[in-house]
Design a protein around this ligand. Structure first.
Ligand code: ZN
Length: 282
């Protein structure tokens, strides 16, 4: 976290340089409702949250602009006790070969490897799950298999495949990411079919507390789903009541009453996913 500084944030990083060495991280929730920053040194941990007490969001309310300046102001008032930075526990570390793209232990389908030092207990059986050997037709545009395509002309190659729930975020920072080619229509589906549409939040059978923030204002939750087809439209229903539709960014702000509910998602191809959840209110 000592290296945390995105290009668009460099100017802030320069502003904070008087604060000495701090490992820090910021975050901003959906709709600019929560802006937070956490920093750590060998002496102190400081956490800052900024937001409105009624839970409403505000443009420009981000971790880097609203919470980080306060974090660094506070660190500037704190006297360091220890002069040394954290030392690496070399005796508990070992060198491992990892996938250069994902950082997991390199698997047989990972093309680029690199060696890094890690804690001995950190890397047990965590082989890269994202590089898969896939089989393409001669055009390279469609996935095929030996049941639907001449085995002699199938092109097999390693492909970096993220779960749909992660893919959309990765694409924002990595426009060069190539989504998994579609399975050709005449080939039976053998890959990712179970993951076509998933609910990320709420989790299955989640019990969520949604208290009244001010009288008559229960506040809201942001439900989130992911779809492996980036052009899909998802129609959201709570207890059979239509709640809205989403494309690309499958996030929907909802405010369910206390009680047990069923979230039902249907995409434009007719696929359906259901998830039960419960709201408690105080
Ligand atoms: Zn890999």
């Amino acid at each position: 976290m000592v290296k945390v500084s995105r290009p668009d944030e460099e100017k802030y990083w320069a502003n904070f340089s008087s604060s000495g060495k701090i490992a820090w991280k910021t975050g901003t929730s959906f709709g600019n409702r929560d802006a937070w920053a956490v920093g750590i040194t060998p002496d102190y941990v400081v956490g800052i949250w900024a937001g409105n007490n009624d839970g409403s969001g505000r443009t420009g309310l981000t971790g880097i602009s609203a919470a980080a300046p306060v974090l660094f102001d506070i660190f500037n008032t704190l006297q360091p006790v220890r002069s040394e930075w954290f030392s690496m526990p070399a005796e508990d570390m070992s060198e491992v070969e990892v996938c250069a793209v994902t950082g997991y232990l390199a698997g047989s389908n990972c093309d680029e490897h690199k060696k890094i030092s890690v804690k001995n207990i950190a890397y047990k059986n965590l082989t890269c799950p994202y590089h898969h050997l896939i089989h393409l037709d001669s055009s390279g545009r469609f996935r095929v298999n030996a049941d639907c395509h001449d085995a002699g002309t199938i092109r097999s190659q390693s492909w970096f495949v993220l779960p749909p729930s992660v893919e959309k975020y990765y694409l924002i920072q990595n426009p060069g990411y190539r989504t998994l080619p579609s399975l050709r229509n005449d080939c039976s589906n053998t890959f990712l079919s179970a993951d076509e549409m998933v609910v990320n939040y709420p989790r299955p059978k989640a019990v969520i507390s949604l208290p009244e923030l001010t009288e008559g204002n229960r506040g809201s939750l942001v439900f989130e789903a992911a779809h492996s087809n980036l052009s899909a439209t998802v129609f959201w229903h709570i207890d059979e009541q239509y709640a809205g539709k989403t494309t690309v960014q499958h996030q929907l702000s909802v405010s369910p009453e206390p009680g047990k509910h069923k979230l039902i998602l249907i995409d434009d191809a007719g696929n359906k996913v259901e998830q039960e959840f419960e709201i408690t209110g105080t």
